[in-house]
Design a protein around this ligand. Structure first.
Ligand SMILES: Cc1cc2nc3c(=O)[nH]c(=O)nc-3n(C[C@H](O)[C@H](O)[C@H](O)COP(=O)(O)OP(=O)(O)OC[C@H]3O[C@@H](n4cnc5c(N)ncnc54)[C@H](O)[C@@H]3O)c2cc1C
Length: 321
């Protein structure tokens, strides 16, 4: 049974032995030794001090929509980032790291601000999206960020980084490479536009996602990144099959998995989705171990059959793929 106590010094609500599966879209993962919700910077610092004091590792949980957690759970302090304020001032949007990305997209539509339309329908928090430079349909959150605020988990100092200091790339950023930097907020430079046009673009994005059935339950969205491919024959095959040009030599991982004949492949309760081959899904009873075995199998078969090495997009805690 989870225990709860209140750290009176920093007003932290600390729970012990809390199952993490319900906090992830996969619904997979064992218990955290400690779980703390951080509703403001003070609590976030308090949670980190608590981890330092006990000499335990920490991890940050956003929306859990890109996270595969070990069946053994996490033997340290899991911190849920619950800082979720957003303000509009002088045309700039200041948003905290725990704010829900989908809600932000709709909020900016209401404010008549354009720039986030292609991100509609991507689950999770702003912090998680900044870390992974989440995106779709050619756009990514990094494109509209003026600055990012982050807390250095070691010094407990806050830093504000300009866009050019964040090293945004395809599903990549400085925050992914430096896990000690916790994204606490962002300043978005959006463009004023006609609310009806913006709303229409958001609706178009959502319709495209719906048509591709991208809202699949118990997955983490795309499991693998779209790899850069050097084989001209494979690029031609993709372009002829799909009737589209490949962007920056990247071929969708889902197409490759499909070509390797792996759609619907399963290991225990983990399966390659029959709707979208780059979605690995928990059909109900999957363990992290089964998901890892499936992912390894998919990666091996794609390498053997097509000569392409897939790299996971999903973040992992306590497991190695
Ligand atoms: C149905 C579905 C569809 C999806 N579609 C897309 C898509 O179209 N495009 C796309 O890019 N992604 C997509 N995803 C993946 C996921 O939504 C994004 O990666 C999202 O940005 C993750 O945010 P999160 O808050 O859920 O992060 P989490 O899953 O909570 O965390 C992911 C990683 O980021 C770290 N992290 C979280 N918050 C912070 C923070 N504030 N500071 C530092 N590190 C942090 C965590 O420690 C973890 O390592 C999809 C997922 C699902 C389930």
């Amino acid at each position: 049974m989870p225990n709860a106590n209140l750290d009176t010094d920093s007003h932290l609500h600390i729970e012990e032995n809390v199952p993490l599966a319900p906090f992830t879209s996969f619904r997979i993962g064992g218990p955290a030794r400690f779980l703390i919700g951080a509703q403001n910077l003070r609590q976030l610092k308090g949670a980190l001090r608590f981890a330092h004091k006990l000499n335990l590792p920490f991890c940050i949980l956003g929306g859990g929509s890109n996270l595969l957690i070990s069946d053994d759970g996490f033997p340290g302090v899991s911190i849920r980032l619950l800082m979720d304020r957003v303000t509009l001032s002088g045309g700039m949007v200041q948003v905290q790291g725990g704010f829900d990305l989908t809600t932000l997209v709709h909020r900016t539509v209401g404010w008549g601000l354009s720039g986030l339309e292609s991100l509609a329908g991507i689950p999770g928090t702003v912090g998680g999206a900044v870390r992974g430079n989440a995106g779709a349909y050619g756009g990514a959150i990094g494109d509209v960020l003026a600055t990012v605020s982050a807390l250095d988990a070691t010094t407990l100092q806050t830093v504000t980084l300009r866009h050019d200091q964040c090293a945004f790339g395809y599903r990549d950023s400085r925050f992914k490479r430096e896990p000690g930097l916790i994204v606490t907020g962002a300043l978005l430079a959006l463009t004023p536009g006609n609310p009806d046009d913006i709303r229409t673009k958001v609706a178009e994005t959502l319709a495209k996602r719906e048509a591709k059935q991208l809202s699949c339950d118990r997955s983490a969205g795309s499991f693998f990144m779209n790899p850069k491919v050097t084989d001209p024959g494979l690029i031609r095959r993709f372009e002829e099959d799909q009737g589209v040009r490949c962007r920056e030599c990247r071929i969708p991982a889902g197409w490759l998995i499909d070509q390797a004949g792996l759609r619907s492949l399963s290991v225990g309760g983990a399966a390659v989705s029959h709707r979208h081959a780059n979605y690995l899904v928990n059909t109900g009873t999957a363990t992290a171990a089964e998901m890892v075995e499936l992912a390894r199998l998919v990666r091996r078969e794609v390498r053997l059959k097509l000569g392409v090495v897939l790299k996971e997009e999903v973040s992992t805690l306590g497991v190695v793929i």
